[in-house]
Design a protein around this ligand. Sequence first.
Ligand code: NI
Length: 202
Amino acid sequence: MAVREILRLGDPRLRTAAEPVSEILLDRNQTPGARGAVNELRQLVDDLIDTMRAANGAGIAAPQVGVSLQVCVIEVKKNERYPAFPEIPLTVLINPILTPLVQNYDVLAPQDAISVYEGCLSVPGLRGRVSRPRRVRVQAVDLNGQKLDEVWEGAKAAVVQHEVDHLHGTLFVDRADTSTLCFMDEYERFVPFAERVIDGAT
Ligand code: NI
């Protein structure tokens, strides 16, 4: 188990677009020459999982630990503090591609939007409302090269968009309604439960 240091807002590595993972590494019939790099990738994924869990995050992306690769992990366990949030089993996404499944991405209709007070391990203590498409197609591969192709909706769609944003150097504060930014204590104190997660489809 290895918990890595999480970079914080201001570190330029959080603003750099990450490189795709070479598909050779994900091929089950990899050549022996690639073994070292494969082990490194497995170690990275293990460490991302450990780091995310240790920090109580819903997800973490490789750039947040200073590795410029298109890798992120997501996991949400049922939490009494966030009853509106669905459980998401541990998911490893390598080279993910997201396609919003909404009428108009630029001007989201209310029924196409999921609005969540997001936080980020790289922006500790701060939260702010972000509106995103509530349905996305998620395509990625896992460590074994196994393809994932699913449609994620609601809060789950918000989480995956937040993580994949990290792979493109984007942080939630870039997308947040800045007038809603607040610290954790004030969030708990002043943001009503009903406003923490607003799914336009429900
Ligand atoms: Ni984040």
